[in-house]
Every structure is written in structure tokens, then in C-alpha cells.
Ligand binder design. Structure first.
Ligand SMILES: NC(=O)c1ccc[n+]([C@@H]2O[C@H](COP(=O)([O-])OP(=O)(O)OC[C@H]3O[C@@H](n4cnc5c(N)ncnc54)[C@H](O)[C@@H]3O)[C@@H](O)[C@H]2O)c1
Ligand SMILES: O=C(O)C(=O)C[C@@H](O)[C@H](O)[C@H](O)COP(=O)(O)O
Ligand SMILES: [Zn+2]
Length: 379
């Protein structure tokens, strides 16, 4: 498969590559396109060089990515005025405390409005870095360089940034588009299996919300995908990134269409922090709950549900959770960002590759929701 696939949406600039080598060139091309190269840099720049575009660069990454990918990535960068900040790996880093620590560091190294932040890592690094960039000095450039499957197909695209508070996911955040999303699919080669599989949940989501044929592709090619064949990874990432870019370009701030990307998330966010499981695992369990509600309401049939189960089993994704009681989960669901006027807003499967909004008063839907949560709990 040829290198350098580019996805250009109304609000997204994405390059999908097989290495980090083209980073400077792709960034330069993107900045030229947005006519945002500083005049002082224009006349002197002969080579693609990030230091001619930004006065300082802060690379935010986590400890695991630092150990596996950071050196490969910065190999291609000018080292003058290049700073790095390494956070602890894991969801706990999407916190006010870590946000504050990094803000202090930005001030200490004199990051300016002519500087940029590069988020090198998974969705945790990406969401946190995007939020920092969107609020530091009221906003400086952020470049996403995602290194997990989940972040390559989903979180690095579309500009949702955020941190958590208590058990609530992304409850503090902004919509803030990265200048560039630079994806090296071969960075996935060092990702632990469990994290890779977790990302498959969001890939399956695209099949359910937008393109049913993705599910067949995932079933037929499961072994090569699990073996992380470069062509197969390129195929999946290109397809998902294109879909996400299309959706976000039509509805950047989630007033309508974009809500479909939230399939399984109202239920999933309900269990994610309570159970201490990964986002992808929680989303998969959440989609299973959404399917069960759809089945109960007669929106989908058992054949379609079996297909979903089949693809999840091929990748060893969880469909059930253990631990918290149903009421605790429901209480978290009531804080979902799609809700309003005392109504729960769910995205449910209603046909092959099709989902719709389902909005109900908390009081009238509570019994059904508790029943569904109970069905999806390990006995
Ligand atoms: N903004 C959005 O649109 C959006 C979309 C989906 C998910 N999210 C958020 O993304 C987060 C989950 O992201 P995630 O699944 O990438 O988790 P993550 O960022 O925690 O990464 C998973 C693990 O993989 C490690 N890792 C990352 N890349 C690696 C590599 N190439 N080699 C070795 N190890 C590597 C990390 O250190 C971490 O331990 C959640 O907080 C979720 O809410 C946001
Ligand atoms: O990009 C979107 O829009 C999504 O909903 C993608 C989701 O996969 C992602 O987990 C997102 O962070 C959830 O957003 P939230 O608004 O429910 O916190
Ligand atoms: Zn998600």
C-alpha cells in the first residue's frame, strides 16, 4: 500500500503514514495550506523544519510511549527549543492536578502563542494535551501524533479535548481542533495486545454507526489485523479516520449528527471509571447494553445482534462488567453531556450500520435501563 494517505475535512487535516519520517513535511504542507506560516519564517525556510514554524515545541507524552516511541519520533525534529513532559500512563492523568502541573511547566519554559504542543501518545495524552493547548494563553497550536489504535481511529481527530472529575469522564473540556493529526500506523507495533484490542471497540463502532461492511472486513481479516499487518492497519485507520472527519466536518460541536459517535458511551462511561476498565472495553460493554435496549424495543433483530457478538468475540472484547450496582451506573449516566431537561439521550442501533437518538425522561426509562444493566453484569 502506498504511503502518505491524506484526509482533508472541513476542520480536519490528517496524514496517515508508515513511519515518522514525513512529519516535518506534512506539518509544513498543512501550515502552508492554512496560510499560517509566520512571515518571518517564509523567506528563509528552505527545508521542512518545525523550528521555522514554531518558536518552541512541547512534546507531551506518557511513560510507556516515552520508552517505546519518543526517540523514534524526535529523531526527525530540530532539537533547539524542543521540550518534553512525561506524564504517568493511564486515565488518572486526565486530572486537574496533572493539568495544573503542565500549565506551570508551560509558563516555566516560556511557551508563547507562537509555540506548539505535540501530543505523542494515546487518547489520555491527546485529550489532556488538547485541553492544555486550548486554554494556555487562550489557545496555542496542538498537533496530535496518536500512538494507540483507539487514538488513531478516533480520539486524535475531531477536537474533543478534556479531563475527568471524580467518576465523570471528560466533564471539563473544549472543542479545539488540532492543526494536524499525524498518524504512523507502525507505531502500533509496540502497543500491548490488550490496548490494541481495546481500540477495536471504537473501530467496530464505525461499522455500527456508518458502514456495516466494516464488520465483515473485521471478521474476515481478524487474524491479520490481530497480527498487526501494516496494510490491514492502514486500511482500518484510513477508513475510520475518513468517516470521523466527514462526521465532524458536518457537525463540529455535536449539535446533531456527531452524536452518533457516542454509540455505547452513555452506558460505557457509566461503568468505565467505576470498574476501572479501559475506555475501549467500557465502550464495547456499553454498545452491548445499547443493543440489548434496542432488541427490547424491537429496533433491531437477533441476527444483527449476533453479528455484533461475533465480531467482538473474534477480538476477545468484553461484553459484560463486574462490580458496581445498577443504580450507581444509572446515576453516572444522568450526567452524560448529551442529556438536558431531565431527559436521558441515548444513541441506539436501529438498522444495519444505522443508529438513532432515543430520548426519554429519566423517570420513565429508569426501570428499563436498570434491567439492561443487570442483564450485562457478570453473575
Ligand atoms: N477526544 C476524543 O474524541 C476521544 C475519543 C475516544 C476516546 N477518548 C479518550 O481516550 C482515552 C483512551 O485512549 P487510549 O485507549 O489510547 O488509552 P491510553 O492513552 O491510556 O493508552 C493506552 C496504553 O497504551 C500505552 N501506549 C500508547 N501508545 C503506545 C505504543 N505505541 N506502544 C506502547 N504502549 C503505548 C499507554 O502508555 C497506555 O498505557 C480515554 O480517556 C477516552 O476518554 C477520547
Ligand atoms: O468524537 C466524538 O464526538 C466522540 O463521541 C468520540 C468518542 O469515542 C469519545 O470517547 C468521546 O471523548 C466521548 O465524548 P463525550 O462527549 O461523551 O465525553
Ligand atoms: Zn470513545
Amino acid at each position: 500500500m502506498e504511503e502518505g494517505f491524506r484526509v482533508e475535512g472541513k476542520v480536519c487535516n490528517i496524514f496517515i503514514e508508515n513511519g515518522f519520517e514525513n512529519f516535518n513535511k506534512d506539518l509544513y504542507e498543512t501550515k502552508l495550506k492554512t496560510k499560517n506560516i509566520y512571515k518571518s519564517g517564509m523567506s528563509t525556510v528552505q527545508k521542512f523544519d518545525i523550528s521555522s514554524i514554531y518558536d518552541s515545541i512541547l512534546v507531551i507524552t506518557d511513560q510507556n510511549v516515552c520508552d517505546t516511541q519518543l526517540n523514534r519520533f524526535i529523531e526527525n525534529l530540530d532539537k533547539s527549543n524542543l521540550y518534553k513532559y512525561v506524564i504517568e500512563a493511564g486515565e488518572e492523568s486526565k486530572s486537574i492536578d496533572v493539568y495544573e502541573e503542565i500549565m506551570k511547566y508551560c509558563i516555566q519554559i516560556n511557551l508563547s502563542r507562537r509555540s506548539a504542543i505535540i501530543a505523542l501518545g494515546g487518547g489520555v495524552v491527546g485529550d489532556l494535551s488538547g485541553f492544555i493547548a486550548s486554554t494556555y494563553m487562550r489557545g496555542i497550536d496542538v498537533i496530535q501524533v496518536p500512538t494507540t489504535l483507539l487514538s488513531q481511529v478516533d480520539s486524535s481527530i475531531g477536537g474533543k479535548t478534556g479531563i475527568n472529575l471524580g467518576k465523570l469522564k471528560n466533564i471539563i473540556g473544549t472543542f479545539y481542533q488540532p492543526k494536524l493529526t499525524y498518524i504512523n500506523v507502525n507505531a502500533l507495533k509496540t502497543l500491548p495486545d490488550r490496548e490494541f484490542i481495546s481500540g477495536m471497540a471504537e473501530v467496530i463502532k464505525y461499522g455500527l454507526i456508518y458502514d456495516y461492511e466494516i464488520l465483515d472486513y473485521l471478521i474476515i481479516n481478524s487474524q491479520q489485523i490481530l497480527d498487526r499487518d501494516t496494510d490491514k492497519l492502514n486500511h482500518i485507520v484510513r477508513q475510520c479516520a475518513t468517516i470521523k472527519s466527514e462526521i465532524v466536518s458536518k457537525d463540529e460541536k455535536e449539535s446533531g449528527l456527531r452524536k452518533i459517535l457516542n454509540l455505547g458511551h452513555t452506558f460505557g462511561h457509566g461503568v468505565e471509571k467505576l470498574c476501572g476498565i479501559s475506555h475501549g472495553e467500557a465502550v464495547c460493554i456499553g454498545i452491548n447494553m445499547a443493543f440489548n435496549l434496542s432488541l427490547k424495543k424491537g429496533f433491531v433483530d437477533n441476527d444483527y445482534y449476533s453479528k455484533f457478538i461475533d465480531v467482538c468475540q473474534k477480538y476477545g472484547l468484553p461484553l459484560r462488567f463486574s462490580g458496581p450496582n445498577e443504580k450507581e451506573v444509572f446515576n453516572i449516566m444522568k450526567n452524560d453531556k448529551k442529556n438536558g431537561f431531565g431527559k436521558l439521550n441515548l444513541i441506539l442501533p436501529t438498522g444495519l450500520g444505522k443508529v438513532e437518538e432515543f430520548i426519554q425522561d429519566y423517570d420513565s426509562i429508569e426501570k428499563d435501563i436498570i434491567e439492561i444493566i443487570t442483564m450485562c453484569k457478570n453473575k
